[in-house]
Design a protein. Structure first.
Length: 260
């Protein structure tokens, strides 16, 4: 099955959800010209990394974002990997990815498991507890958030659940852009799956972000890559390539987990 993907590599206004909602809505309207099957947004796109003010800007149960994606999915007849938002839960504020299918039904959710100390996440956020698995059109996918890509064992745990594409939403700074590219390509090669990675563009008071959203095939070939600025990156993925790669080099049956 083929899916047309649109990554909304948006700039994000620091701590200003109202403006970010307006801006995301405008980009969705523009992306609709390409009629994407799956639309992807970046990490913490409603607030950016304004972590000091999350107590006021985080949404209880991510309710506003959920209503926004429910409407957008039906309006644009697109599945949404709705980036992540600051989500007030009983355990604290989580960095939560939302997935809505094109009928407007929530298809998945995942709260970031690995908190990134270099950007103070551990001081403001509560870590998630489960995997980011979901299905769209009877295909298995996974959602990962930014720093998660530095944990190959976490990504592999999803691949072992027969995932065919991993969606990574991020706010990855430009200083470590070469890590971003290398890690994403490695995760695609070693798990023989598509990797669709949507980063943000622009700057906040502490960081300039890399952009360079990417779509990578199961051979590790970059089939689409954005520049540094705001951009809608589109690409088509054909999941038959996952089956082909996995039968040509059968790493999943050749594994020797009894020795690991
Ligand atoms: N938002 C993040 O998780 C950033 C991760 C990052 O920059 C890294 O180098 O890892």
């Amino acid at each position: 099955m083929k899916f047309k993907i649109a990554c909304l590599q948006m700039d994000i206004a620091f701590g200003d959800p109202a403006n970010n909602y307006k801006h995301a809505a405008k980009l969705m309207e523009q992306a609709n010209a390409q009629k994407p099957d799956i639309t992807v947004l970046p990490e913490l796109w409603t607030t950016g990394y304004d972590l000091d003010n999350l107590k006021t800007t985080a949404e209880a149960g991510a309710q506003t974002a959920k209503a926004f994606f429910k409407d957008a999915a039906v309006k644009y007849n697109s599945h949404f990997i709705g980036g992540s938002v600051a989500n007030k839960t009983e355990s604290g504020i989580e960095n939560t990815l939302l997935v809505f299918d094109k009928n407007g039904d929530q298809a998945g959710t995942y709260s970031k498991l690995h908190l990134f100390k270099l950007m103070d996440e551990h001081l403001h956020l509560a870590a998630g507890k489960g995997k980011g698995l979901f299905s769209l059109d009877d295909h298995k996918f996974a959602g990962l958030i930014c720093y998660d890509i530095r944990f190959p064992e976490w990504v592999r745990a999803h691949a072992l659940d027969d995932v065919e594409a991993m969606f990574v939403v991020a706010e990855w700074p430009i200083q470590r852009m070469e890590h971003w590219r290398a890690l994403l390509i490695a995760r695609a090669i070693e798990n023989q799956c598509f990797v669709v990675a949507c980063n943000r563009a622009g700057s906040d008071p502490n960081n300039t972000f890399a952009g360079h959203s990417m779509v990578i095939n199961p051979w590790g070939e970059v089939i689409a890559e954005a520049g540094e600025g705001e951009e809608i990156l589109t690409a088509e993925i054909d999941l038959v390539e996952v089956t082909e790669a996995r039968s040509r080099i059968p790493i999943f049956t050749d594994r020797r987990p009894e020795f690991y």
